[in-house]
Design a protein around this ligand. Structure first.
Ligand SMILES: Nc1nc2c(ncn2[C@@H]2O[C@H](COP(=O)(O)OP(=O)(O)OP(=O)(O)O)[C@@H](O)[C@H]2O)c(=O)[nH]1
Ligand SMILES: [Mg+2]
Length: 374
């Protein structure tokens, strides 16, 4: 699965640019430069600290000039045996200053925003990064890479751990009075019906008996689509009439579950636009009648910044316990996961990672970190 490439690239190119800022290259015998740098370090260690900063700065400038001069000198040694490319890391001799990184921080800001990371999350990542870097000295360029990676990983972990889903769903269902009711909703085409089939498959594998309520009576083909999934999964389905009352279908499904000793009812609902007042009222009615134990908002990772809008809208209308983010396998950017996890007061519970029944994974911080940094 190739996903989140844009976010991954934004981070790795920042690291590369920072490394380049710290590097001065010269082609000369390594001895010369290491002699002068060793001298610098020994001399500086013996001086009172008030002088060190100014002297250190001057010496760094001197070394840089030396390096520049050497570059321009037509040297016999160039390319001959014994000459090599010296990489002189400036940040070993003086602290990283805000001025050094301002421009590449701004470039990273643009890239994060283009990767669907929200403004608030972008600000957090960049502030964390600046405070990890400014004022630091590093011995080698590799240490610089590590410093950046550590800061980014910490920020991302803080973001993703802000709202964790602590409940074990399967255990919760097993402990609850039957039937346990889960309702799914979201805007058109985000993957509600497909996700219900995946959840049904997951629950069935865990040994639970499942029934599905086809409470999308709004779209003509919706019930057929669900019927095909239920047939394949060998799960009972309660259908209603096209244009009929979706809350009654849910009610019938719950009654059927009670009489047949079924553990879980999964309620599919019609996709709606934010502005569709009738469908919104209908959603509230299904909630009132079916009293779900768990209300899940389905959001499409490809919705970009609109994902947050959708989440906030549904929070006002019916509220929900968590989010299922679908189509992450097709999401080349990756920022939506961060934005939702940080800006909502609700956890992201599952990720849809493809079109097969087993392409549903519990959301995990480790999984995300692995995608971005491996
Ligand atoms: N790649 C990918 N495609 C998905 C995923 N989940 C759903 N889809 C596809 O998204 C399309 C829409 O899925 P549906 O399940 O019909 O969406 P819906 O929200 O029920 O749509 P409406 O009922 O019309 O509102 C289908 O082609 C699915 O196969 C996923 O995780 N990854
Ligand atoms: Mg549907």
């Amino acid at each position: 699965m190739i996903c989140f490439e844009k976010l991954k690239k934004a981070f790795s190119s920042f690291t590369e640019k920072l490394r380049q800022k710290g590097e001065e290259k010269s082609e000369e015998p390594q001895q010369t430069l290491s002699n002068s740098t060793t001298q610098l370090v020994t001399q500086e260690a013996q001086k009172p600290s008030s002088q060190i900063e100014q002297n250190e700065q001057n010496r760094v400038e001197e070394i840089k000039n030396e390096v520049e001069e050497k570059k321009e000198e037509p040297t016999k040694e160039k390319g001959s045996i014994g000459s090599k490319l010296n990489i002189f890391n400036i940040f070993r001799y003086r602290e990283i200053k805000e001025d050094d990184i301002d421009d590449i921080i701004e470039e990273l800001r643009t890239e994060l925003l283009e990767s669907d990371v929200s403004l608030e999350v972008t600000d957090k990542i960049l502030e964390d990064l600046k405070s990890s870097l400014i004022g630091k000295k590093v011995n080698r360029s590799e240490d610089l890479d590590e410093l950046v990676k550590k800061s980014l990983k910490n920020s991302i972990m803080e973001i993703l751990e802000k709202n964790r889903f602590e409940r074990n769903l399967i255990e919760e269902i097993k402990r609850s009075p039957k039937p346990y009711v889960i309702m799914f909703f979201g805007v058109n085409g985000v993957g509600k019906t497909t996700t219900i089939a995946k959840v049904a498959y997951m629950l069935k594998k865990a040994g639970l008996k499942v029934i599905v309520s086809a409470s999308d009576t709004f779209r003509a083909a919706a019930q057929e689509q669900l019927a095909i999934h239920c047939q394949k999964l060998e799960i009972p389905l309660v259908k209603g009439k096209y244009g009929g009352d979706p809350a009654s279908v849910a009610f019938d499904a719950i009654q059927a579950a009670k009489s047949r000793g079924i553990d879980v009812v999964l309620i599919d609902t019609a996709g709606r636009m934010h502005v569709d007042k009738d469908l919104t009222e209908e959603l509230k009615r299904i909630v009132r009648i079916s009293k779900p134990n768990l209300k899940l908002l389905v959001i499409d990772a490809l919705a970009g910044n609109d994902a947050l809008e959708q989440a906030k809208y549904f929070e006002n209308v019916v509220d929900y316990d968590g989010v299922i983010l679908t189509k992450v396998d097709a999401d080349a950017k990756g920022g939506v996961v961060l934005s939702l996890a940080y800006e909502l007061k609700k956890p992201v519970i599952f990720l849809g990672t493809g079109q097969n029944y087993d392409d549903l994974i519990p959301f995990s911080v480790d999984w995300f970190i692995e995608r971005i940094f491996s």
